[in-house]
Design a protein around this ligand. Structure first.
Ligand SMILES: [Zn+2]
Length: 110
């Protein structure tokens, strides 16, 4: 994102003490923003601003469970396999487990 895009991006973000909610365009359950005519996922843009490009084989998992959240440290780049496993785990929701996860820095799986 260039400076203008970055400014446009953050205008759509409502920062609460917990999550940073995307209040801009949405689609498919995720925040979206058009960058140079290309539809991008808001949470991926936010993550890449802070941590750099996401390897193409990785997906971003929302550790907080809010798919409209764009707070970089609520996101973790994981393989599709891990993401699917976690999705199953989240159906048996465990708030204590989630709180622990939020304190863990994102990592890239080799
Ligand atoms: Zn969040």
């Amino acid at each position: 994102m260039d400076e203008k895009d970055t400014e446009r991006f953050w205008n759509y973000v409502d920062k609460t003490p917990d999550c940073w909610f995307w209040v801009g365009p949405k689609g498919g359950g995720y925040g979206r923003l058009s960058i140079k005519g290309k539809g991008m996922l808001a949470h991926r843009l936010s993550y890449e601003e802070v941590y750099g490009p996401i390897p193409s084989h990785l997906q971003l998992d929302h550790l907080c469970g809010n798919t409209y959240c764009v707070k970089p440290n609520h996101l973790e780049a994981v393989t599709q396999k891990v993401n699917n496993q976690r999705r199953r785990r989240k159906t048996s929701y465990d708030p204590d487990r989630l709180r622990v996860d939020l304190n863990v820095a994102p990592y890239y799986e080799e």
